[in-house]
Design a protein around this ligand. Structure first.
Ligand code: ATP
Ligand code: MG
Length: 429
């Protein structure tokens, strides 16, 4: 194994048992979002680098440190593996003309994202998100509805009790600019207490200091000027409508003034669904409004809001909630076909007939002894084995041997086997 070429750090493989769990989660999301009139969008994994650099913000952690950016050696173009999908989604809607002026569009996506972060629990370099975007919707009812979509998904997956909703008001661009100026002057006055990185942040992205992971910076940020003090009447009213909309639907939430979201494009109501992971608070889902984004991409002005859920964290929560170990025993098949060496052709035909009847059938396609095949049938977890020895083959019959619970072995004509087995399986154990 010493020479085995290993996977890229922070990037995972999904084995069948885990994929089954993921398919269940994705299935729940597809069904849930469809009920709200959202259709699925799939955009490329690669985009032009400038799309993200400009829209996410030059001085965000994401753009500064986390993007997988490379030059395409074949034509010298700078490309980036998408680190999030809101920007590509808006790009696609504008470029394809589906979000034309005044037109509205609701879409959701499921897929991999890439960020060059330090891998740890709940943080990977290739991870996956499920997210939704409502383009053309001015809110705040659309925002409230998206929170309800999330809540419904949590309920379907049995994890609603583990999540808390935090909300904040980011105001409009002008209000944020005036707050930013106040922040810069506050932190400049206390820059001796900050380290090199934080000091640089003052000039590039002071908002980021407010939700810094460094305890010292956090302590200083406690007394920093609050965005709240810079908000005008209109954005307060919009946010109040968002909050009362949530209350009306019995969604509990807490106001968090330090919730700023990492990206430049957010405005007005933003939120995060958080949970406790071994004493640490982790965010499962982040969302909010981004009215300026379409204009920044180069399209016409178009309001919008959306959210993104981290699927690795979601899967972890679902596993925890249902105590369901992903690697634990789902049967590999429903019928395991065991056969004598001379009957491999008939056995394969039988397996095909079973599959045509909708049965999940498996057989050992590397023929081994009868005993060894029976052992494999047992290990597969299948409820029964279909045995095709020379005897059976000569009589054009099959022996059916129940492997779980009671039930006697019996013989049946080959051309009746599929139907009989289907009935047995459908009637349960
Ligand atoms: P964090 O503060 O945890 O870094 P973020 O603000 O960077 O989160 P968003 O860009 O809002 O995250 O992405 C939405 C969700 O995607 C997160 O809440 C999280 O569940 C998930 N996510 C983000 N980055 C990663 C990662 N590197 N690995 C796994 N999941 C991630
Ligand atoms: Mg991050």
């Amino acid at each position: 194994m010493a020479d085995l070429i290993r996977s890229v750090r922070g990037m995972n493989d999904f084995l069948p048992a885990q994929s089954a769990l993921w398919r269940r989660i994705e299935g729940a999301a597809h069904a849930c979002f469809a009920r709200y009139g959202y259709g699925e969008i799939r955009t490329p994994i690669l985009e032009r680098t400038e799309l993200f650099r400009r829209q996410l913000g030059e001085h965000t952690d994401l753009v500064e440190k986390e993007m997988y950016t490379f030059v395409d050696a074949l034509n010298g173009e700078s490309l980036t593996l998408r680190p999030e999908a809101t920007v590509p989604t808006m790009r696609a809607l504008l470029e394809r003309g589906v979000a034309a002026r005044g037109k509205k569009q609701r879409v959701y996506y499921v897929g991999p994202m890439f960020r060059h972060e330090r891998p740890q629990q709940g943080r990977y370099r290739q991870f996956h998100q499920i997210g939704a975007e409502a383009a053309g919707y001015a809110g705040p009812l659309a925002d409230v509805e998206q929170v309800l979509m999330c809540r419904r998904l949590w309920e379907e997956l049995g994890i609603a009790g583990k999540l808390r909703l935090k909300v904040n008001n980011l105001g409009d661009a002008e209000e944020r600019r005036s707050h930013r100026e106040a922040l810069v002057s506050y932190f400049r006055d206390r820059q001796d207490e900050l380290d090199e990185g934080a000091r640089r942040r003052i000039e590039t992205n002071p908002l980021r200091l407010l939700d810094s992971k460094d305890a010292q910076v956090r302590a200083i940020a406690e007394d920093a000027p609050k965005l709240e003090e810079h908000l005008g009447e209109e954005s307060r009213a919009i946010f109040a409508e968002f909050e009362s909309g949530l209350a009306r639907q019995s969604v509990a939430c807490e106001r968090s003034h330090t919730l700023v979201r990492g990206l430049d494009y957010y405005c007005y109501a933003v939120y995060e669904w958080v949970f406790d992971a071994r004493g640490k608070e982790l965010t499962l889902c982040g969302g909010g409004r981004y009215d300026g984004l379409a204009g920044q991409i180069g399209g016409h002005p178009l309001p919008g809001c959306g959210f993104a859920i981290g699927m690795e964290r979601l899967a972890e929560l679902v596993v925890r909630a249902t105590e369901e170990e992903p690697e634990q025993g789902v049967a590999e098949c429903e019928v395991f076909v065991v056969y004598g060496k001379a009957c491999s052709g008939e056995a394969l035909a039988l397996a095909e007939a079973l599959r045509s009847a909708g049965i999940c059938a498996a057989m050992d396609t590397d023929p081994s002894s009868f005993k060894s095949m029976m052992r494999k049938a047992d290990a597969s977890g299948a409820p029964c084995a279909a045995i095709l020895g020379e005897d059976e083959a000569a009589a054009k019959e099959v022996s059916v041997k129940p492997l779980r619970g009671q039930g006697e072995q019996f013989r049946i004509a080959q051309d009746k086997a599929a139907q009989k087995l289907k009935e047995m399986l459908d009637s349960g154990p």
